[in-house]
Design a binder for this molecule. Structure first.
Ligand SMILES: [Zn+2]
Length: 115
């Protein structure tokens, strides 16, 4: 999708700080980070919802999320993390391209996540 910011990042039209990638997923730093190391896991094909992902990709999705989270915890020396998907407008999805937030957390950081 031409106007999608994540597709532009995947295509290299917009620069990003890459954490890791696989054949079907890219993980990069969120430009509006809530904490140092806050990153997004996105499929390289443009789909909007977690429910639209091809069945064979779910395993790879979890594997790349785990590998990226481990790297971020180590590199940025965080204690904890949230993994969040805002799926759909009512859930707060702003970019219509599936993305999972890896949000590093530390005690007392004061970041309020949606219930
Ligand atoms: Zn897209």
């Amino acid at each position: 999708m031409e106007s999608c910011i994540f597709c532009k990042i995947i295509g290299g039209e917009v620069s990003s700080e890459k954490i890791t990638e696989t054949d079907n997923f890219l993980v990069f730093r969120d430009m509006n980070e809530k904490a140092p190391g806050h990153s997004l896991v996105v499929p390289k094909t443009h789909i909007k919802s977690f429910l639209e992902m091809d069945r064979e990709l779910y395993g790879e999705f979890m594997e790349v999320t785990k590998a990226a989270t481990e790297k971020i915890m180590k590199d940025y020396k965080h204690e904890s993390f949230n993994l969040i998907i805002n799926d759909g407008e009512a859930a707060g999805q702003v970019v219509s391209h599936l993305h999972l937030h890896i949000i590093p957390r530390n005690v007392g950081d004061g970041y309020k996540i949606c219930p």
